[in-house]
Design a protein around this ligand. Structure first.
Ligand SMILES: *Cc1c(COP(=O)(O)O)cnc(C)c1O
Length: 342
């Protein structure tokens, strides 16, 4: 039996395509790929990857092999950022995706398993994943069949000297490996300018409408629109309170709707008293605490709304992030399993 979805996450494919095209233009002569890890940043990896492939995107990045397997039916070129654990060798050998080798151990594991096309991550200062610049200079990668040599910026969303240091460390490796291409920039890195683009860029957040640097706003559109349904309407008399810990007191009789959305769905508790639903351009503020599965909104501006009606939440990532103190990345990737995506 089919049960109607309790929640919807509407994905604006036009906006997604338009964001990729903007990032592709920004990337200049470099190709523009897409980070689709974490289920396409919460929006649905297959839906996102298929849409971007249709727009012309040719290089996709996931975190692990389960994510690569989920995309396998699409037949795309996928790289696995976490590389090759012993447990991953069989899947990698099956040709599901290319590993991004991150350590001398992973390089050895790939060689021993038979080698073949791979990517390699070089650490230029973030001290997260990657082999060292010195190891590459000393020949660690000699003989490997490298498609893309990658590095990752620690502070691309800030204007700090570390960006240029990482860039020049990476650039110094030109010609020190067999890599066909070099790739450094994430979303924010694209905004740092042509020096940072190399041959391939790897945006994630900005594809999905996040604003990685203030100077990139204006060309990026919202892609994910969480929608929730009214479970109950009530009139809260002046002086009564709404929700856990009674943090909101009605200043006057107030028309209230209870929505089937809460922090277990990724609608963060930090948006208590700050978030809103939208209806025909009217803002309907969240009242009091966000609960695990429910929240209350003020529908005084739209008293016609009734049980069963669907409402879009205000989910402008940059604004919600500033208001709540929760990063745009977390606001997106936290959107939970109860949403029907599409
Ligand atoms: C997640 C990730 C990206 C994309 O980063 P955004 O900041 O979302 O654009 C690019 N490269 C690597 C290695 C990543 O892990």
């Amino acid at each position: 039996m089919d049960i109607a979805a309790p929640l919807r996450l509407r994905v604006d494919r036009d906006a997604l395509r338009s964001n990729w095209q903007a990032l592709d233009r920004w990337s200049g002569a470099a190709a523009c790929g897409a980070a689709v890890k974490a289920n396409g940043y919460g929006l649905g990896a297959s839906l996102v990857a298929e849409t971007l492939a249709g727009a012309g995107c040719r290089d996709f990045f996931v975190a692990n092999w389960a994510e690569a397997l989920a995309l396998a039916p699409l037949g795309l070129t996928v790289s696995v950022l976490h590389g090759l654990r012993a447990e991953d060798v069989a899947t990698a050998r099956a040709g599901v995706a290319r590993p991004v080798l991150n350590s001398p151990e992973q390089v050895a594991r790939w060689r021993e398993s038979g080698g073949g096309p791979c990517d390699v991550m070089v650490d230029t200062g973030i001290n997260r994943l990657g082999v060292s610049v010195e190891a590459v200079r000393d020949g660690l990668l000699d003989g490997l069949e490298i498609e893309t040599l990658l590095s990752h910026l620690a502070c691309a969303d800030e204007d700090v000297p570390m960006n240029a240091r990482q860039r020049s460390a990476f650039a110094s490796l030109k010609g020190h490996s067999s890599a066909r291409r070099m790739s450094l920039a994430n979303s924010a890195g694209i905004g740092l300018g042509a020096d940072y683009h190399f041959d391939l860029t790897r945006p994630g957040l900005a594809l999905y409408g996040g604003i990685p640097r203030p100077d990139m706003a204006g060309h990026l559109r919202q892609v994910g629109f969480p929608e929730a349904q009214i479970l109950q309407r009530r009139r809260v008399p002046a002086g009564e309170t709404v929700g856990y810990n009674a943090t909101w007191t009605a200043p006057a009789d107030t028309e209230v709707a209870i929505l089937n959305l809460g922090y277990a769905d990724g609608y963060r508790r930090a948006l208590s008293g700050l978030g809103a639903a939208m209806a025909d351009g009217k803002t309907l503020p969240v009242l009091g605490r966000v609960s695990m599965d429910l929240l209350a909104i003020d529908v005084t501006a739209r008293p016609d709304l009734a049980e069963g009606d669907w409402l879009a939440m205000d989910y402008d990532l940059a604004a919600a992030s500033v208001a709540s103190g929760v990063s745009q990345y977390e606001l997106l990737t936290g959107l939970g399993q109860r949403f029907a995506r599409g």
